[in-house]
Design a binder for this molecule. Structure first.
Ligand SMILES: [Zn+2]
Length: 624
């Protein structure tokens, strides 16, 4: 406790936890209570981590950031976008996406990106920045969720150790070892990917976990054991080579298992659990992301063995999907490390279809993609074993843009007759409409025209029809929409301006403290922010936006405040006084208008007369 006291002593003034209702000097008792509450150990660990961490460095490991003025920007990992609106401020140690409005400090990023709880984020970042977490006063819900996830990670970790040991066992592990050797995998690769073996037993892992006093419910929700109808459990993975699947925090989240012979299913994966989402997880990304970033390119394959075979031949920067189609989440992850993906799926019909399905996703996410067509009947594993790394990389170099691949495939199958051509056109046009690069679009229109023997002009007109149908409002609807937007924008502009002043010139705003500024604001969030500001200010010097942020109680208010923090000042030092004079003037006008309306309603002619005179004076008043 004493150690933390000293840590917190140099913090600037904290806002009171229960603020006085009117702006005024801060109650020393309230001040002290606020101070005391912030003294909790977690708060000090959190502050200390934030002091040591650099948000640009931390986020930059998962999102490609480039400098833009005082900020860094990149493609948002949380929503689909082609132009960067995801903004990181080194100065404010904060991120904010102007598209999906997600934002906050390093803890907020960590929790959102890794889908983890606050206790986990605190522990992870504490480890990363060498800050000891001594106490954990979490909410009951946070605690319940964190403990549930913790139990899954623990049982997965134990199971991974069990499978690994079983593979090394000279008797039990023999079939697994023989299989991996036959597939050309070295001991180094086996160690690097922590491969294991599940002996062909119904209760091998079960017995092991029972011996470690693991609750079978946890093992069952991790999908490692399956409940029997007659009671009790049995092992899910039997007689299979085991591939542990890691998340980006290097924790085991699930397993893939491959049979040694021809039994079905060939591959068996752990089911989804609170720590394992197949649509968000790519096998191998935790170890290959460095190479992906260095090469500026990710190679995407379908299977564990494809990845391992490529790795054994020295091809790095490879990830594998987990028996599911590529998803938008997968692509969002990848584009945080590289600008381009090269998809190398099996050359069978299912593989080709999967590549074709991924094209709209890549277009939506704004990630360049190319596709490799392997010789008929081969997968990347076969191919690299026959042709080596050089042969494979040559294919990668020559890979055609995904759209070309798409066209080739579609036209080969369907262009036989007129109906076939129309079908292809109908399918391709919406995809073509999503291309943002107009030069590229023209090129594809020409190619389509040549291949389908349809005039370019006809294709353009069909394309226009198809994009017009894309949900655009009718003309009167659009005009009304614009007017509504203009009205909202006018009031919103005043509110934005006030927020902008708070953030950039807090001292100057002191002048407004005594005025009836509430009358001026209609947005509940902005009202809350300004109230919080006048509550903390002028008692708090220097003014801390971060502390104001923490005192806000709604996500939407925090969003608006974050945006204000990241936008540049609307006024310069020279114009700020004038801006506030204008605000004061506006406030008086609104107030007068309200009073006049009231006097009229009351029929108070005397009062009305006075007010109108006041209004005339107000209009003639010099504005500075
Ligand atoms: Zn976003």
């Amino acid at each position: 406790m004493f150690l933390n006291l000293s840590l917190n002593l140099n913090l600037s003034f904290l806002p009171p936890m229960e603020a006085p209702s009117k702006p005024g000097p801060m109650d020393p008792d309230l001040y002290f209570r606020g101070y005391h509450i912030a003294m909790t150990l977690n708060q000090s660990a959190k502050e200390e981590i934030k002091r040591r961490a650099d948000i640009v460095e931390l986020i930059g490991q998962h999102v490609q950031l480039r400098k833009a003025g005082r900020h860094f920007v990149g493609l948002c990992p949380f929503h689909a976008e082609k132009a960067p609106s995801f903004t990181v401020s080194p100065e404010k140690q904060m991120f904010h996406c102007f598209g999906c409005k997600k934002g906050g400090d390093i803890f907020a990023f960590w929790m959102e990106y890794h889908s983890s709880t606050f206790p986990e984020a605190l522990r992870d970042l504490g480890e990363r920045y060498n800050v000891e977490i001594t106490d954990r006063p979490y909410s009951a819900e946070e605690k319940r969720r964190a403990e549930g996830r913790e139990a899954l990670f623990q049982v997965n970790e134990l199971a991974a150790a069990y499978f690994k040991k079983a593979l090394k066992d000279p008797v039990k592990g023999k079939p697994g070892k023989a299989y991996l050797e036959a597939r050309g995998l070295s001991d180094r690769a086996i160690d690097e990917f922590a491969l294991g073996y599940a002996p062909d037993e119904w209760d091998g892992l079960l017995g092991f976990l029972k011996g470690r006093r693991i609750k079978m419910e946890a093992a069952a929700s991790a999908g490692l054991v399956i409940p029997k109808k007659s009671g009790g459990y049995y092992d899910r993975f039997r007689g299979r080579v085991i591939f542990p699947i890691h998340n980006l925090r290097e924790q085991v989240v699930g397993f893939g298992g491959r049979v040694l012979g021809d039994a079905l299913p060939k591959y068996l994966n752990s089911p989804e659990s609170p720590v394992f989402r197949k649509g968000e997880t790519l096998y191998g990304l935790h170890s290959s992301r460095k190479a992906i970033r260095t090469e500026g390119r990710a190679v995407v394959v379908e299977g564990y063995m494809d990845l391992l075979a490529l790795n054994a031949h020295g091809v790095e920067g490879v990830v594998a999907t987990l028996g599911t189609a590529l998803t938008a989440d997968h692509i969002r992850r990848l584009k945080g490390y590289a600008g381009e993906a090269v998809v190398v799926f099996d050359s069978d019909e299912a593989g080709k279809a999967a590549v074709l399905r991924s094209l709209p996703l890549f277009l939506n996410e704004g990630m360049t993609a190319r596709a490799v067509a392997l010789p008929e009947g081969q997968d990347p594993d076969d191919f690299v074993n026959r042709h080596g790394a050089e042969g494979f990389l040559e294919r990668v170099r020559l890979a055609s843009p995904m759209f070309d691949f798409y066209l080739e495939q579609k036209l080969t199958f369907d262009d036989a007759d007129v109906e076939g051509k129309v079908r292809v056109l109908k399918e391709i046009l919406p995809v073509l409409g999503r291309l943002t690069n107009t030069a590229q679009r023209s090129l594809y229109v020409r190619r389509l025209s040549e291949r389908l023997h349809i005039g370019e002009a006809s294709i353009w007109s069909e394309l226009k029809k198809s994009t017009d149908r894309g949900g655009e409002a009718s003309a009167p609807g659009r005009i009304k929409q614009r007017l509504d937007v203009a009205r909202v924008e006018k009031t919103f502009h005043r509110e934005l301006r006030l927020l902008n002043l708070i953030v950039h010139y807090p001292e100057a705003l002191e002048r407004l403290a005594g005025s009836n500024w509430e009358i001026f604001l209609s947005d509940a969030d902005v009202l809350g922010i300004v109230k919080a500001f006048f509550r903390a200010f002028p008692g708090e010097r220097p003014f801390s936006p971060e502390r104001l942020m923490e005192s806000l109680d709604s996500d939407s208010a925090r969003e608006k405040f974050r945006e204000a923090l990241l936008l540049p000042p609307l006024d310069s030092e020279n114009t700020v006084d004038l801006a506030i004079t204008e605000l004061e003037h506006k406030i008086r006008q609104i107030q007068l208008a309200a009073s006049i309306k009231e006097a009229k309603a009351r029929g108070d002619l005397e009062g009305l007369n006075q007010l109108l005179k006041k209004k005339a004076r107000e209009i003639n008043r010099p504005s500075s």
